[in-house]
Design a protein around this ligand. Structure first.
Ligand code: 0RA
Length: 683
């Protein structure tokens, strides 16, 4: 789950964050140069009000503004209610999606405190929690031990990114309400009088269309699954689901009303998920250590299926960790060690010697949940748990129960052992076959080392991107579709084949790489059936250097593989030069004219559009490069063609412009000097 970047520079705001954070974080703030004990002035309180950084850079807090990020708002709100349930204060959570796009999450916990905040007596604690970055509202870590911002970025981030958010708190038989617009209070905290049968917190909000786009909306299916998984992760909570029926037309498997309560926890989930699969053993291996929600607690359920693929769904503090991490490493190693120990006990040690955790996991369906204080998430989407302690917790929790499970039922333990040994044998066999295949393939092809090839082996549907420079090559490798797109980075300018002699051509490494990657040979040796890609795409920067490299490459193909052009295999990519951003809207322009046209057609006349100029492909984020230049569904490509009715003219031009007679080039340049722009002269 994305967490805000650490503030490196000490600012006034650092001190303020520290004020409402638990002890551990105060120490961290102090270590950065902040002081938890600093005095507070009116000026400080102004800083406090600002959730503007969240609105300016939502991606830093929720990982983007796409559909995943939108649902992250729900995760944040339900996680707060889950904290209250895990701490033993709430027994149910209600989730309701309305036809008006508002999402409501209620719990019957203690209710967010509404009394004056100890550090800012003019504001209620509720207002401070809703309007302060990082102030998860967990002021007193002793009272609220499992939380301390168990995760996430705080409900204030949801507030900042909602066009309207209302909080109702029923506390001490009194009902309070406060409303916010884009993170700013809309009036004061209201006292709505006595209530008797109600307690807890209700948050009702609508994501801001200015941030997420006018068409963005919660997906019932996604919310339903997220809400249900929370109930599996804590058997002690009941989750009630409700969705406006109008939103469910054409949506399968999502009822308008449902109640989730799974006292059996993850074991219940696994039993439901694999009910039709054949198990290698009859019993699910499941267990838990510690009290669910408490720091250091762990719960798991595992079953080995013979006829279906395994899976591993892991969670930390009830947050899904799609990309795994330390807790997954813990269960892998416990199960591998457990199985090997068991093999020793039954005199099968030799047979089991080669098994790896990969073999153990192949057919294993695994649910894993761990709770740690202040977890650390890593990776581009923050979906991988990095907290080292989690590995130890899980490994220690699972190892003994697994030993018991194995020795308690020798028949199923031996069946499992045989099953895993078979997987190991299969793996070894596959690797040997692959090794043999690879060796023969390498002998045939000998592909250049710098080529990042695609996995498709047929030319049909495959593409090769020839990219200028290693840095752009790196971005392109990340941006590509590995299945169908190969990338060959070239360093610097390639040899000009029109002016180089035969020897130079033969000894040039870049040219050799290019020919090997493409595979079809040159001139008289050209064999269409050996062509390795249906599209050869030249992708260079949108500047004069890029244009020069592109023309050198086209010259190479024209001279050495003219049929490649004739048969329509050669293309130029069209990378953008400008990025135009305003609010949630971003468009890309390929040149100055296109930029000016887009400014007129895509934005309001008086909008302050942010215009960024890309210095080169290497400077673009892989996701941007993909979206603008490489994704077959979004990009533009130019096909390189030979003018059918002027073949001689083309040959003349290439000789004149690229050949070894400098005089001819000079004549052309002086002839066209009036067309050169200042920008070109700059270079
Ligand atoms: C801060 C302190 C306390 C509870 C909460 C926040 C709280 C936050 C949320 C968010 C959704 N539901 C919630 N329920 C409680 C402790 C208050 C006390 O000690 O009484």
């Amino acid at each position: 789950m994305p967490k805000p970047l650490k503030v490196q520079k000490k600012t006034k705001a650092d001190d303020l964050f520290a004020a409402s954070l638990p002890k551990a974080r105060q120490t961290a703030a102090a270590a950065r140069g902040g002081s938890a004990e600093a005095g507070y002035t009116a000026r400080d309180i102004e800083v406090l009000e600002g959730l503007e950084p969240v609105r300016r850079r939502p991606g830093m807090y929720i990982g983007g503004t796409d559909e995943k990020a939108l649902h992250h708002l729900f995760a944040e709100v339900i996680d707060n209610a889950m904290d209250e349930a895990l701490a033993g204060h709430a027994t149910f959570i209600e989730v309701e999606l309305g036809n008006d796009g508002f999402l409501t999450v209620s719990d019957n916990g203690r209710g967010i405190p509404v009394d004056p905040h100890p550090k800012f007596p003019k504001k209620s604690a509720l207002e401070v929690i809703m309007c302060t970055l990082h102030a998860g509202g967990k002021f007193d870590s002793k009272v609220y031990e499992t939380s301390g911002g168990l995760h996430g970025v705080g409900v204030s981030v949801v507030n900042a990114l909602s066009s309207l958010l209302e909080v109702e708190v029923a506390r001490n038989q009194q009902l309070y309400k406060m409303s916010f617009e884009r993170g700013h209070p809309k009036g004061k905290l209201q006292d709505l009088g006595k209530v008797h049968n109600r307690r807890g917190t209700r948050v009702r909000f609508k994501p801001d269309a200015d941030i997420f786009g006018a068409k963005a909306a919660f997906k019932p299916q996604r919310l339903f699954k997220m809400a249900r998984s929370k109930a599996y992760l804590f058997g002690g909570v009941e989750i009630r689901w409700r969705c406006a029926p109008e939103l469910l037309r054409g949506v399968d498997d999502v009822p308008a009303e449902d109640t989730f309560h799974f006292p059996g926890g993850l074991k219940d989930y696994l039993a439901a998920a694999i009910h039709a699969d054949t198990l290698v053993h009859p019993d699910i291996f499941a267990g838990k250590s510690g009290r669910t929600g408490a720091h250091g607690a762990c719960e798991w359920a595992v079953a080995w299926t013979a006829d279906a693929d395994g899976f591993l769904s892991s969670y930390c503090n009830t947050i899904p960790t799609q990309d795994g991490g330390t807790h997954e490493a813990g269960i892998r190693s416990a199960m591998l060690r457990g199985l090997k120990d068991h093999a020793e006990r039954v005199n099968q040690g030799k047979r089991a010697a080669s098994i790896t955790s990969e073999d153990v996991m192949v057919g294993a369906a695994v649910m894993l949940s761990v709770f740690v204080r202040e977890p650390e998430f890593q990776g581009q989407t923050k979906d991988r748990l990095a907290t080292a302690e989690a590995q130890k917790i899980v490994e220690q929790s699972v190892k003994d129960p697994f030993d018991h499970w194995l020795s308690g039922n020798p028949v199923q333990a031996n069946r499992l052992l045989d099953f895993v040994i078979e997987r190991a044998d299969e793996r070894v066999r596959r690797r040997q076959e692959k090794e043999v295949a690879r060796k023969t393939a390498v002998r045939k092809l000998r592909l250049p080392g710098k080529l990042a090839d695609c996995s498709n082996t047929a030319a049909e549907g495959s593409e090769l991107f020839i990219v200028e420079g290693d840095s752009a090559g790196g971005s392109a490798k990340q941006a590509r579709d590995r299945k169908t797109q190969a990338v060959l980075p070239l360093r610097g300018k390639i040899l000009n084949v029109a002016s180089a002699g035969k020897d130079k051509l033969a000894g040039n490494q870049q040219i050799a790489d290019l020919m090997q990657a493409i595979g079809c040979g040159t001139l008289a040796h050209y064999r269409q059936e050996d062509l390795r890609y249906a599209r050869i795409i030249i992708m260079t920067d949108a500047d004069v250097d890029g244009a020069h490299i592109a023309s050198l490459l086209i010259t190479f193909f024209y001279r050495q593989m003219p049929r490649l052009i004739d048969e329509g295999h050669l293309y130029l990519a069209v990378p953008p030069l400008y990025r135009l951003t305003h609010g949630a809207k971003t468009v890309y322009a390929r040149d100055d004219g296109h930029r000016d046209a887009l400014l007129k057609s895509e934005f309001n006349a008086n909008a302050k559009v942010d215009i960024g100029r890309f210095k080169g492909l290497g400077e673009m984020m892989p996701a941007q490069l993909k979206e603008t230049t490489m994704d077959p569904n979004k990009r533009n490509l130019l096909r390189v063609v030979l003018l059918a009715d002027d073949r001689e003219g083309t040959a003349d031009s290439v000789e004149r412009l690229m050949g070894n007679k400098a005089e001819a080039r000079f004549a052309f340049i002086s002839d066209k000097a009036e067309f050169a722009s200042e920008e070109l002269l700059d270079v």
